[in-house]
Design a protein around this ligand. Structure first.
Ligand SMILES: NC(=O)c1ccc[n+]([C@@H]2O[C@H](COP(=O)([O-])OP(=O)(O)OC[C@H]3O[C@@H](n4cnc5c(N)ncnc54)[C@H](OP(=O)(O)O)[C@@H]3O)[C@@H](O)[C@H]2O)c1
Length: 290
């Protein structure tokens, strides 16, 4: 799992260890110290988990780092395949990242991890879970009808999506250029990156129908990513409706171990199917594809 050293990623790791005793977790962290600290946190919860966790040094934005992590995991697994990959690492606009960095981490980095680890995933039962965000569908809702069709295109190729991402990076900061391309919410780099990650999830599932590949939002969760927002509002995370990280692990856990119908879909934090082009509130009727 990527970005597993804190926040929702660490909560997913804890849920996997607690709920599935036959698992082994590669705790992805781009920083060795932060990875070790997270592993130590888990070991304090249950010392027996120590034997089921290994820190995997992995920066999703770096080819060599991802390739080295895949090699290390392959070495450690021997002949065993991986059951699943959870792409949780992400950056938000509040982290001070620019549009290029946000797209490089949240979309291109996510794809890099999928492609690099695909050969190691069990071809019969393997799963990929992409932790995206409801900001993706909310972003698509602001786009022109033609651009909406682009994000929903189930024949999209990575080359087409990558070309579009590069185009967006080239026009960063030019609001008018975004609007001209049907991207109404051009300033929302995070929503754009998550919309692209949802579209990528759809194309990845199409290319690998043997695997279960889906995306979800964890919900509105109190983590370092959302802390700045709470501070700017002068309210506590709870007052703003944010939930603890363990709640954010629920939809990813459903996609990893539950029985999601179909493939390449996007799920809400209530683990119900949601559309790619508009927000669906948790608890409301699931999207049926109509
Ligand atoms: N919190 C929410 O309300 C919310 C809502 C919707 C979606 N999400 C998504 O949920 C996921 C987890 O977010 P969070 O709220 O738990 O945020 P967080 O606490 O800030 O954790 C983000 C994680 O991603 C890692 N990361 C960032 N850039 C990376 C890179 N280049 N390579 C590898 N790891 C990297 C971070 O590592 P470092 O510690 O080294 O920075 C950290 O482990 C993200 O994809 C986020 O977009 C969150």
């Amino acid at each position: 799992m990527t970005g597993a050293n804190k926040g929702i990623g660490l909560a997913i790791a804890e849920a996997i260890l607690r709920e599935h005793a036959d698992t082994f977790v590669y705790l992805g962290s781009r920083d060795p110290e932060r990875g070790r600290a997270a592993a130590a946190t888990l070991a304090r919860v249950d010392p027996s988990w120590q034997a089921r966790v290994e820190v995997a040094l992995l920066d999703v934005s770096d080819d060599r780092s991802v390739a080295a992590a895949a090699e290390r995991v392959a070495e450690s697994r021997g002949a065993d395949t991986l059951y699943g990959v959870v792409n949780n690492a992400g950056v938000g606009s509040g982290d001070g990242a620019d549009l290029a960095t946000i797209l490089q981490v949240n979309t291109v980095g996510l794809r890099r991890v999928c492609e690099t680890f695909l050969p190691s995933i069990d071809p019969q039962v393997g799963r990929i879970v992409n932790v995206t965000s409801a900001s993706g569908p909310s972003f698509v809702a602001t786009c022109s009808p033609e651009r909406r069709r682009f994000f929903l295109d189930d024949r999209m190729t990575w080359d087409e999506l990558r070309t579009f991402i590069d185009e967006c990076i080239a026009i960063a900061g030019d609001e008018a250029a975004f609007v001209a391309r049907g991207l109404g919410g051009g300033g929302d780099a995070y929503g754009l990156s998550k919309a692209c990650a949802n579209t990528y999830t759809m194309l990845l599932a199409r290319e690998h129908p043997n695997l279960r590949v889906n995306a979800c939002t964890p919900g509105f969760i109190a983590t370092d990513m959302t802390r700045h927002y709470a501070e700017s509002q002068g309210k506590t995370p709870a007052e703003l409706g944010m939930k603890p990280p363990a709640e954010g692990a629920k939809a990813p856990m459903f996609l990893l171990f539950g029985s999601p119908e179909g493939n390449g879909r996007f799920y809400g934090s209530d683990a119900k199917r949601s559309p790619l082009d508009r927000y669906r509130a948790p608890g409301s009727a699931p999207y049926t594809g109509a």
